[in-house]
Design a protein around this ligand. Structure first.
Ligand SMILES: [Zn+2]
Ligand SMILES: [Zn+2]
Length: 180
């Protein structure tokens, strides 16, 4: 979607080299031409994306029943992934997109088992945390639970319409004031 700047391009290249290095050692990828992945262009998603952390975009007119890495136009990753804090998760996300690049379009059971074979597969659990961190960054409101103290950072007030996921209490809005 957005064009990466010089620093992002450098970080994306580093990440790709790391992921390919790991994939070359994974028994699951023996027999696949992993080197083809290195030709895929990497880009960044728009900064305001929260739910999508990576996307594989295909060239127009490719045969959807015979997709291969050469048919990928670009793989976009969330720009906020490109910091050391999210290094493990960003590698997991790029590996996820590389599975798509080999023609597995759906998140079916064979996709999920390949995804889970990533040596840092615990990193996948960081996805929810990453979404929350993105939300917190852009939030103007906190929906607060008066019972358990949980806070849900959001862009809009809840206006009494939401309940705590943990204890089902009606959430109370608090405006976030930024001190400058
Ligand atoms: Zn996917
Ligand atoms: Zn609660």
């Amino acid at each position: 979607m957005a064009k990466p700047n010089a620093e992002q391009s450098m970080l994306l290249n580093e990440l790709r080299d790391f992921v390919l290095e790991v994939m070359r050692e994974m028994p699951e990828w023996v027999g696949a031409n992993v080197e083809l992945l290195s030709t895929i262009q990497l880009g960044v998603l728009r900064k305001n994306a929260t739910q999508r952390h990576g996307v594989t975009r295909w060239r127009r007119g490719v045969d959807v029943n015979d997709l291969k890495p050469g048919d990928v136009d670009v793989i976009d990753l969330h720009p906020e992934l490109l910091v050391s804090e999210w290094k493990a998760y960003s590698a997991f996300v790029l590996h996820h997109e590389y599975i798509h690049a080999f023609g597995l379009r759906a998140h079916d059971s064979s996709f999920r088992s390949l995804e889970a074979s990533w040596p840092g597969s615990k990193a996948g659990q960081q996805g929810i945390k990453f979404t929350e961190a993105l939300r917190r960054k852009r939030a103007s409101w906190l929906w607060c639970c008066s019972k358990c103290g949980r806070e849900y950072p959001r862009q809009k007030p809840s206006n009494g319409g939401y309940r705590c996921r943990t204890c089902d209490m009606k959430l109370i809005d608090r405006k976030i004031t930024t001190l400058t």
